[in-house]
Design a protein around this ligand. Sequence first.
Ligand code: IDC
Length: 341
Amino acid sequence: MKKVLGLGIIGIVLVSIIVMVFTFMNSSSVSKLSIAEVEGQKVLVDEKGEVVQLRGMSAHGLQWYSSILNENAFAAFKNDWNANVVRLPLYIGENGYAKNPEAMMEKMIKGIDLAIANDLYVIVDWHVHYPGDPNHEDYAGAMDFFKEISSLYPNHPNIIYEVANEPSERGDGVTNDREGWLKVKTYAEPIIKMLRDHGNENLVLVGSPSWSQRPDLAADDPIDDSNTAYTLHFYSGSHSDGHVMNNAKYALENGVAVFVSEFGTSESNGHNGPYIEESDEWLDFLDEHHVSWVNWSASNKYESSAVLMPDTNMDPGEDQVWSDEEITEAGHYIRDRLLGK
Ligand code: IDC
């Protein structure tokens, strides 16, 4: 009798351990994100209130480089590169969404589903690029686009909405001053209101004048929404003289959350470098301030900002690992930073 009882207890203990291990293995690392003040600075926190820093890769324009949208690539970024976020740039111009809305929407949905399946946060990026005013008629589809995605994925914790990649002066765009910011703000507010009115509490990212280098302007006149952060974009070979970082510091010191949804280790044209020392300086600063960062780009384009060598298969195969030879200098650098090396 005693023996039977003993075995029974061992059995229960074993089953409990198996259940615990199983639960742990299946526990999602994605949690609803919000913005909170920690030690005098606005940061991202998870449902438990713990500080979260997202770090990962941005795809290149989905109209050109959508072959990155495959299971093995997303698993590689998640497991072999230690990323927790991916970004999906939906160019509107340059043969993007405005020209092929249905095909581009399909790619976006495919990317979102892959990110969710791989337990990655996913940034849905309305890639305002040329012209630089998000209010320009070319971008008239923004409201409907965000309505559609948010009704397909209502209040989904993995999704982050980036409503305007890079406002700029290009093509009769927005000026690099308060007035320019006001135009961006006026564009973003109704989209954010629509999302909130439909119960979507997702983190929203808003760009700023001068290619999203002016979160300081946003900090002086922020949008009235508690889960909106302002993007900061930089390219290490072009923006390392201190002035862009000072704009980030100003924003952080003046009560808004900053999110680096795009940066390159190259110059701002995507070429030359990688500028490793300058990138280290930037990433050390961002890590220290718990600012999330996303690298441009997860592609095999012949440009030094890309993390894969030209012509490398964007599907790494069933081992879900790109070999050392398939990864560029920029790619090795980013992967090492993601792995904390
Ligand atoms: C660049 C790509 C390049 C492509 C070009 C198209 O790297 O291959 O031909 O766009 O216009 C940004 C933009 C991003 C740019 C990137 C590098 O958000 O779209 O990609 N960059 O120039 N802002 C600053 C730099």
